[in-house]
Design a protein around this ligand. Structure first.
Ligand SMILES: [Zn+2]
Length: 76
C-alpha cells in the first residue's frame, strides 16, 4: 500500500480524540454529537456560575431555624 502524502489538515476531536479532517462539516469536532458534548462541558464545568444557586425550599428551611423561644407563655 503506497503511502500517499496528503496535505489535508488533520486535527483531533477535542471530545473523543478522533482524527478530523479540516473540511469536515463539524470541524474541529468529528461529529455533531461531540460538538454538543464539548459545549455541554463549557456550560456546566469550565465556566462556573458566580452566584450560588439557592433553592427556595432551602431558604424556607433556614428560616425555620430561627430563635425558638419567643415567650409563648406555654412553659410551666
Ligand atoms: Zn469526536
Amino acid at each position: 500500500m503506497p503511502a500517499k502524502k496528503k496535505t489535508a489538515k488533520l486535527l483531533r476531536c477535542p471530545t473523543c480524540r478522533e482524527l478530523v479532517q479540516f473540511h469536515d462539516e463539524d470541524f474541529p469536532f468529528c461529529s455533531d454529537r461531540c460538538r454538543k458534548i464539548d459545549l455541554g462541558k463549557w456550560a456546566s464545568g469550565v465556566y462556573k456560575i458566580s452566584s450560588p444557586i439557592v433553592d427556595p425550599e432551602v431558604l424556607e428551611d433556614l428560616g425555620g431555624l430561627g430563635p425558638h423561644s419567643s415567650g409563648d407563655s406555654h412553659d410551666n
